[in-house]
Design a binder for this molecule. Sequence first.
Ligand code: SF4
Ligand code: SF4
Length: 387
Amino acid sequence: MPRLAKMPPIQEDVHACTMCGYCVPVCPAYQEAGWEGASPRGRVFALRQYEMRGPLDLLLRRDVKPGEEFGRNSWECTGCGACTEVCPVDIPFDALWDDVKAWMVASGYERPQLAPYLGNVRQTHNLYGEPAEKRGAWIPPEAVQSEHPEVLYWVGCAASYKRQQIARAVVKILNAAKVPYQILGPEEWCTGAPLARMGYQEVTKEELMPHNVQAVEETGAKVLVTACAECYRAFARDYRQWGGNPPYSVFHISHYVEKLIREKRIAFTKPLPQKVAFHDACHMSRVAKVYDPPRQALKFIRDLKVLEISPHHEDALCSGAGGGFPAVFPEQAVSVGQRRLDAAEDTGAPTVVTTCPHAELHFEDVASKRNMPLSIVDLAEMLANAL
Ligand code: SF4
Ligand code: SF4
């Protein structure tokens, strides 16, 4: 049996729990599994028992400590932030679940399905194991970069390799506004946000964060712009909480477009007379508390009708894409995604727009597996189409 590593300092938080159960029905993993062990309260209850085990338990050889079952339950979590949102005693689950997963990895309960992502990032600096030197291969000839950039465009692994249309859309927007910008290419490493939700936060903090914060700083840009909700969360929230202190402003493209419009540097003149359903990406909305900028950015597009998927804002359901959930629990992840897409279909819009390339990849997979006639489009693409 693996040797249990030292429990992270979460005792105060787990003892604060009142067992009210508000976090149970909102958890997408619980909604799928249907049993308490997969819910935040169930895991907190187990953690409390482990924390309180005493000499009598040892004497009687009671097995009151985490094993494979708790290890498995620890990854029944997409990192969606719904439990943090509803918890009346404000348990900071966003950090706590990262700590618990890291503890389980250190104790020998790593999920084998997730280890390749860690290996890929270490070897190639991207989640997918694609060649590091090809990270900038998508950059089109019209992307004229500046030696003295106002903006560093942070692309992210997904838009660099899997959804390059997003990256090209951002370049189109920055070109239209005549913003001097730079793109790091191979010097941009995975932010490590997905790895931190998989149980590898130490790698993110110690290897990826210092490199990335410095690589951006060295460009001299005072503003980082990204079109990825997870990368936004990393720079705007996680890195700051972990002491990385990026010495520049961090904008999601939707924020940044609002600034460009205010400064009269860009206008979206092409009407797009269509309906779209907007999905709140968890890492940007509930976790980083950014709800309005993407909605505001879509309002800049003439004739576009933006519909809300029910529920939305802080109550929005997760896509199921985060925390390595699709790799460890593929069927449950598809069901979580399908529930969200079912609700999107109920709006009557043929297109879902969101701000997270990881959610978009997952939604596309779900739509194709479940034969759903929806197209999934990134907000940056919508904006670029309206230029
Ligand atoms: S972060 Fe989301 S998926 Fe994870 S335990 Fe909380 S509600 Fe469940
Ligand atoms: S919402 Fe908070 S206090 Fe209530 S059961 Fe969940 S963790 Fe405990």
